[in-house]
Design a binder for this molecule. Structure first.
Ligand code: ATP
Length: 357
């Protein structure tokens, strides 16, 4: 699968001028509010017509301004999941799902229905009306309806943004299954680094209508000079780990990452499952001796491998903790007081509660 998007479009005083490619899986469009993510997705969907540009999926040209080619929305066979579920209120869950199937044409019914219902965990909800569902359940039904239309491409615009943290944590594992069990390429709009880190294979960072950075998620999010990645405020490190165990009594999950065990708030995931965590640099402290008597559960020994140049009185220190590089934001005063320099042994301290979903 290969998706190619190139688009230029003026919207009043705002302009989109962006291009990116995807090789399948989940591609995140990431950026601040107003950076142009929704406009770009609307161009892919066919809801907006670019002044100039092309959309090509698997060699099939869907839009090309030079050739005056513009396939209308309903003939693209793309599905769109929005921030709010937009279910038909007068139809039951079953009726809403049937609409997706009908949209795909009768020939496409069959065993897929059961598989998708099972994957999204909505089998027990089939006879309920949308008004009797939680926000997370509604969103899972909306995703099911989209999948049952057998789209060639799934567009998701901030599908978790309207949900509280508990609902987000509940729905994320379903999105991971969707990514891993279907072959449908997904373009996923989000302004949450944690979400992008967990779900996306590739990230396109948008700023002011343009692509500021793009590439593999780990490469973009672990960018040592945070100005070109997700931005300085969000800078941090993506850690690849495996679920080790659950501490049910304390509602914690232990994730093994290299030689380190990292405790995070409880995750819906089986031991052995791979996952990615994002640790923001501003959530990490450094200590030159192993601290005792502190509440933070993650005290990870490591070696400093790099320091960024100072900005606004602080620096990002990169620490190799058993094979994973974690970033910690400290003041230049702490750098000098603790004599932080490459090669020095330190302990990175990460609060568990900073690592929610
Ligand atoms: N039809 C339009 N006419 C004029 N300006 C528009 C139009 N549509 C969008 N804009 C402007 O384009 C900019 C980008 O909007 P867009 O919704 O694409 O951003 P976004 O990154 O998706 O933001 P958010 O995360 O808040 O949804 C905004 O400044 C918006 O006000």
């Amino acid at each position: 699968m290969r998706l190619e998007v190139e688009a230029r479009l003026r919207l009043g005083s705002f302009a989109i001028d962006a291009a990116f490619g995807s090789e399948g899986g989940v591609t995140a469009l990431f950026g601040r509010s107003g950076s142009g993510k929704t406009s770009l997705v609307n161009i892919i969907a066919g809801l907006l017509r670019p002044d100039q540009g092309r959309v090509v999926l698997d060699g099939d040209t869907i839009a090309d301004s030079e050739r005056r080619l513009f396939t209308p929305v309903h003939r693209r066979r793309f599905a769109y999941v929005f921030q709010e579920a937009r279910l038909f209120p007068h139809l039951s869950v079953r009726g809403n799902l049937a609409y997706g199937r009908w949209f795909a044409g009768a020939a496409r019914s069959g065993p897929e229905f059961g598989r998708i219902v099972e994957m999204l965990g909505i089998g027990h909800l089939l006879d309920r009306m949308p008004s009797k569902l939680s926000g997370g359940e509604r969103q899972r039904v909306a995703i099911g309806r989209a999948l049952l239309a057998f789209p060639r491409l799934l567009l998701m615009d901030e599908p978790l943004a309207a949900l509280d943290d508990a609902r987000k944590a509940e729905i994320l594992p379903y999105l991971e299954r969707l990514r891993d069990e279907t072959r449908i390429p997904i373009v996923y709009v989000s302004h949450s680094v944690a979400e992008v880190a967990r779900l996306a294979e590739r990230v396109v960072v948008m700023e002011n209508g343009r692509v500021k950075a793009s590439g593999k998620t780990a490469a973009v999010l672990n960018e040592p000079f945070p100005t070109s990645g997700p931005g300085r405020r969000e800078a941090g490190a993506l850690i690849e780990g495996i679920v080790d165990s659950h501490d049910e009594g304390h509602e914690l999950t232990v994730v093994r990452a290299g030689d380190c065990l990292i405790r995070v708030p409880h995750l819906v995931a089986e031991p052995g499952q791979r996952l990615r965590l994002y640790i923001a640099a501003r959530d990490v402290m450094l200590a030159t001796r192993r601290p005792e008597g502190i509440s933070a559960l993650n005290v990870l020994p490591g070696t400093i491998v790099g320091l960024s140049s100072p900005r606004q009185g602080s620096i990002d220190v990169r620490v190799d903790c058993g094979g994973n590089v974690i970033a910690a934001r400290v003041t230049t005063l702490s750098r000098d007081a603790l004599d932080l320099r490459p090669g020095k042994q330190v302990h990175a301290v990460v609060k568990t509660v900073a690592l929610d979903y």
